[in-house]
Design a protein around this ligand. Sequence first.
Ligand SMILES: NC(=O)c1ccc[n+]([C@@H]2O[C@H](COP(=O)([O-])OP(=O)(O)OC[C@H]3O[C@@H](n4cnc5c(N)ncnc54)[C@H](O)[C@@H]3O)[C@@H](O)[C@H]2O)c1
Length: 254
Amino acid sequence: MRFSKKTVLVTGGAGGIGSDCVKKFAAEGAKVAIVDRSGDIARALAAEINAAGGTARAFVCDVTDNAQVEACVADVKAAFGGVDILVNVAGGSAREHRAFFYEQDVEIFRKNIEVNLFAAFYFARSCAPLMIEKGWGRIINIASIIGFNGHVKHAEYSAAKGGIIAITKSMAKEVGRYGITANTVCPGIIPTSNSNGGKGHGDLSHTNYLAMTPAPCDIANAVLYLASEEARFVTGMDLIVDGGRRLATRGTES
Ligand SMILES: NC(=O)c1ccc[n+]([C@@H]2O[C@H](COP(=O)([O-])OP(=O)(O)OC[C@H]3O[C@@H](n4cnc5c(N)ncnc54)[C@H](O)[C@@H]3O)[C@@H](O)[C@H]2O)c1
């Protein structure tokens, strides 16, 4: 029960990776705020956790709207007394609108940056003062190996995730003196609704890529480590969880 005295806010908490983080934090004693625009799924997940003896509550919010984010963080503070651990998971690639950068629609580009980068900034700026007040905190941002490598027809997503990787280091430098760490977890392809069921792996059998199917729990385990006391001296870092994909890639693969 590593998190029995902690409140965790997980954005995108109703999604594939987010819901696994929510369940694992709840199982280890945390009070969990499930933040998502999918209210029905978030409420059902909260009910499931509460029925099993945990503590969770759904908060419906469009994470790209700063006014909603500020109201949401205030609601979480009123319900649970603060936010100790912030996990920015909401986001994803512009799945239905993939295009070469020189053909991409400007509005699609802007919206994708908003959900993947601005939203994490909005939540971090609203939650950091609560952590500073307590002299302890964790900011964990979900990036992607595409934020390092780029990827064909993913210009907006690579820009946003590269931005998350960079802003997390600035956050770490600014809040370290208050006992707050800021890190990213950078997944490879994890089977969720957002990743085409993980079918994008291609043939990597000639490489040393780990011969196993990854799952959202592989990302959640990394998130819980960074949130834990075991990681108290780890900040400004990028924890790549990709089974070796980044080492194995060549050509245009991410
Ligand atoms: N699945 C992968 O292969 C993979 C790889 C690298 C990085 N990631 C990152 O992991 C994170 C989670 O991905 P996932 O695969 O679990 O996706 P998912 O689609 O299963 O979950 C995303 C969640 O975010 C929520 N969301 C999206 N836009 C929102 C908004 N404007 N306001 C509120 N909620 C919103 C959705 O409702 C959903 O519940 C994303 O940031 C994604 O970029 C995923």
